[in-house]
Design a binder for this molecule. Structure first.
Ligand code: ARG
Length: 471
């Protein structure tokens, strides 16, 4: 079968070149979008009287037939036809006859491929926002079940101050909220139509780009035809947003791995989300958490890969840009795969509340509070810090925790101490005392949960509206 661009050539393409330059093995993923774009393009050609109504009908019918063939999995994609655009066009000509050759009027593969990717990514971005919202909901459910559970809060991975476990989980809800908002914001840059830019300079046909945009549900068209075909910022932005989401997931994974170790024993991940060892019968490994943490690397790699491809590329289209696809598809697959597992993994994890509570009674994470206590008695904070530092050292040297000290011992460090210190030092009191907006005291955490629930409801509504809009 001859090439769609074969006219200028006197020789067949080298077989290895054909294989090396073809993108069909991966860009067939864009088949739906390619046909969607072509259906709108041909309709616009009819409206602009560039093609006759009869031609438009024949081409449209042909495209719908090809769509059916592809959806039924009956399409034979051919490396000789290089990419999805030419595979579809060939199939169209097979179905509709030579009139199919009129579809490409006023269009280039350069604006076509960019259009396909805009169509593809806007759907994925909405789906991913929806998956993040489900994960937030799972975290909120766990947070509500743990509004009284106290765990050690850490800095430098050293016990710092006790906090509510709910507060810790809600920190991730905040991160994912920013991720969702970044995706929502990126949507407006994705939802712009490049079609009509032609190869780079526009087209001699009197096309109506705004009409095509309207048909495809784009909010606008690219201002500049060169930019339209050379812009991949929207993909970079997606890869960057995805990297950040993976980084957030990976931090959570690391905590899950730590918390489910025998040393911490704060949580137990459900059997369904763990795997065993082929040699050590006792093992239950947090493989999902580890693998999500590991796969973060490839998503970062995809971002850096495409940034590097685009660096120093002259305007407008260059074949290098075909390298934009595999990393994008891989990122979508990796991210969606992780998110799909994460929500149920969070929902089903068991929280060892007693073990967490026990942990905070065997540390010095209440030390800041005695310092604050002395401050309320009039001692400057810096001096209070010094006094408590000495008290803690005394405890360490004598194998005691702060709550084990007698009032006599306390008074040996400062005469300002009285009976009330034993109440101040209780982890529950330490938590309750941090009653500032965004703090770990229970009323604050409950209020944060309520606000987060409003935000997730807004996201759910946005996802529903935009899923319909992005079809
Ligand atoms: N397969 C190509 C890509 O993914 C489509 C655009 C090809 N354009 C061209 N002038 N060769 O980038």
């Amino acid at each position: 079968m001859s090439k769609l661009w074969g006219g200028r050539f006197t020789k067949k393409t080298d077989q290895l070149v054909e294989e090396y330059t073809a993108s069909i093995l991966f860009d067939k993923e864009l088949a739906e979008e390619d046909i969607q774009g072509s259906l709108a393009h041909v309709k616009m050609l009819g409206k602009s009287a560039i093609l006759s109504a009869d031609d438009v009908e024949k081409i449209t019918d042909g495209l719908l037939k090809v769509q059916g063939i592809i959806r039924r999995g009956e399409m034979e994609f051919n490396i000789g036809d290089e990419d999805i655009h030419m595979n579809v066009e060939k199939a169209l000509i097979d179905e509709a006859g030579p009139v199919g050759g009129k579809l490409h009027t006023g269009r280039s593969r350069n604006d076509q491929v960019a259009t396909d990717m805009h169509l593809y990514l806007r759907k994925r971005v909405v789906e991913i926002a929806g998956m993040l919202q489900k994960l937030q909901a799972a975290l909120i459910t766990q947070a509500k079940a743990n509004e009284e559970t106290i765990i050690p809060g850490y800095t430098h991975l050293q016990r710092a101050q006790p906090i509510l476990f709910a507060h810790h989980l809600m920190a991730y809800v905040s991160m994912f909220q920013r991720d969702i908002e970044r995706l929502q914001d990126s949507y407006k840059r994705i939802n712009v139509l490049p079609l009509g830019a032609g190869a780079l300079a526009g087209t001699t046909f009197p096309i109506d780009r705004h009409y095509t945009a309207e048909l495809l549900g784009f909010d606008g068209v690219y201002e500049n035809s060169l930019d339209a075909v050379s812009d991949r910022d929207f993909i970079l932005e997606f890869l960057s947003n995805s990297s950040m989401i993976m980084m957030h997931l990976s931090r959570m994974c690391e905590e899950f791995v730590l918390w489910s170790s025998t040393e911490f024993h704060f949580i137990e991940l459900d059997d369904a989300f763990c795997t065993g060892s082929s040699i050590m019968p006792q093992k239950k490994n947090p493989d999902v958490a580890e693998l999500v943490r590991g796969k973060t690397g490839r998503v970062y790699g995809n971002l850096v890969g495409l940034l590097t491809v685009l660096k120093a590329l002259p305007l407008a289209y260059n074949k290098d840009m075909q390298e934009d696809k595999e990393g994008m598809f891989d990122t979508v697959k990796t991210l969606q795969g992780a998110l799909l597992l994460f929500a149920p993994m969070v929902e089903t994890m068991k929280v060892n509340k007693d073990r967490m509570r026990q942990a905070v009674s065997q540390d010095f994470s209440n030390a800041t509070d005695i310092a604050d206590y002395l401050v309320t008695k009039g001692l400057p904070f810096r001096q209070a810090h010094e006094v408590i530092g000495k008290t803690v050292l005394y405890c360490i040297q004598n194998g005691k925790y702060l709550l084990d000290l007698t009032l006599e011992e306390f008074k040996g460090f400062s005469t300002l101490f009285d009976e009330k210190i034993y109440e101040v030092l209780q982890p529950e009191q330490v938590v309750a005392a941090r009653n500032v907006y965004g703090g770990t005291a229970q009323p604050q955490v409950k209020a944060a949960i309520a606000r987060a629930e409003e935000a997730t409801a807004r996201t759910a509504a946005w996802v529903e509206e935009y899923l319909a809009k992005s079809k």
